[in-house]
Design a protein around this ligand. Structure first.
Ligand SMILES: Cc1cc2nc3c(=O)[nH]c(=O)nc-3n(C[C@H](O)[C@H](O)[C@H](O)COP(=O)(O)OP(=O)(O)OC[C@H]3O[C@@H](n4cnc5c(N)ncnc54)[C@H](O)[C@@H]3O)c2cc1C
Length: 320
């Protein structure tokens, strides 16, 4: 096994890009970032309106589907996850909206000191380069470009006016004091192009000599010795390589793949691992359980006269 890096980060998605940046800030550290997908130089990643065309793209996404859902007449649901630099931040909706304060408070109450909303605020503020808001909830000097989205469709403006007429509460900052109401989203779009976690945190530091990036490299498992993670097994162009770490291996494979990698490494619910003939390193029943996701249900209407989103989704509209 070649032990060349202090830290190995698995997955160059939102979390992996931030960690690669922060850990390699210290020249004493050496960091290897391993990404299963390719580089992100694909025009549809850059074009905000093309986002949904990426959801079923096999090159830049994992293209997961759920099991048939009994309560959905046995249909399966498409479950996109990004597989490229930036991970899901390279295929997502680009909406910049924090979790609800109550959720972070619940994390803290569950015993995670330092993860409460007020504790995290300094990090939220530090990472932002907000173009529209300057107050205690926002930062203007961070790496992540944030701007308020200006509706381009007359239909969107009409919708906002209708909300107002209906008496709903207008909110000019969903990341401010109150997250309720109607209003305009803040987005990670800069100069008309997607601004992913890779754009914000990874690309600006890729020239650091203590940071190495491997793309098209699938981590198959974490190698352990006496229950300590010491390396990874990586498949690159059909060849399997073993790479060791002198300090830590950090899983940033996303909410589906991180538990999968743990289980492939023998860490997870014993019975499930045995069912798949995986040697158990550690019986950990919680791995792969209790996933929460937010489903979206889009409601579509035909409208008269005004231009719609569907028209903009045609190839020429996306380029404009
Ligand atoms: C369709 C969609 C729309 C969304 N819209 C929004 C939005 O508008 N606003 C918002 O805030 N959030 C949105 N999200 C959520 C947000 O993008 C994710 O929460 C966030 O990107 C997750 O970050 P992560 O680092 O945990 O995982 P990811 O960003 O998914 O990164 C995981 C990375 O690990 C890599 N990887 C996985 N397994 C392996 C392996 N075995 N070996 C090597 N590499 C591996 C993956 O290829 C990927 O690059 C959306 C997500 C999706 C999928």
């Amino acid at each position: 096994m070649k032990f060349s890096h202090k830290y190995i980060i698995i997955g160059a998605g939102s979390a992996g890009c931030v960690l690669a940046n922060k850990l390699s800030e210290n020249p004493e550290n050496s960091v290897l970032l391993i990404e299963a997908g390719p580089m992100d130089n694909y025009s549809s990643i850059k074009m905000p309106l093309a986002a949904s065309s990426l959801f079923k793209n096999k090159k830049y996404g994992w293209c997961y589907e759920t099991e048939p859902e009994k309560n959905l007449n046995n249909r399966t649901i498409n479950w996109p996850r990004g597989k490229t630099l930036g991970g899901s931040s390279s295929i997502n909706g680009m909406l910049y909206i924090r979790g609800q304060a109550e959720d972070y408070e619940a994390w803290e109450r569950a015993g995670n000191k330092g993860w409460g909303y007020r504790d995290l605020m300094k990090y939220f503020v530090a990472l932002e380069n907000n173009q529209n808001h300057e107050d205690q909830y926002h930062g203007n000097f961070g790496s992540l470009w944030v701007q308020t989205y200006e509706p381009i469709l007359e239909a969107s403006k009409s919708f906002l006016n209708a909300c107002k007429k209906y008496g709903l509460t207008q909110n000019n900052d969903f990341n401010g004091d109150d997250q309720g109401g109607f209003g305009q989203y803040q987005v990670n779009i800069k100069d008309g192009q997607r601004f992913s976690a890779a754009d914000a945190f990874l690309k600006p530091v890729l020239d650091r000599t203590n940071l190495d990036l491997l793309t098209n490299a699938l981590v198959e498992k974490v190698i352990t010795s006496n229950k300590k993670a010491i390396g990874v097994k990586v498949k690159i162009k059909n060849e399997v390589h073993v790479i060791g770490s002198t300090s830590e291996i950090i899983l940033c494979g996303g909410s589906i793949n991180s538990p999968q990698i743990l289980m492939l490494s023998g860490i997870g619910p014993m019975k499930h691992l045995k069912d798949h003939q995986i040697s158990v390193i550690q019986d950990l029943p919680g791995v792969g359980q209790n996933l929460q996701d937010h489903l979206t249900v889009n409601i579509s209407y035909k409208i008269n006269k005004l231009k719609t989103f569907s028209e903009l989704m045609k190839p020429l509209g996306m380029v404009k």
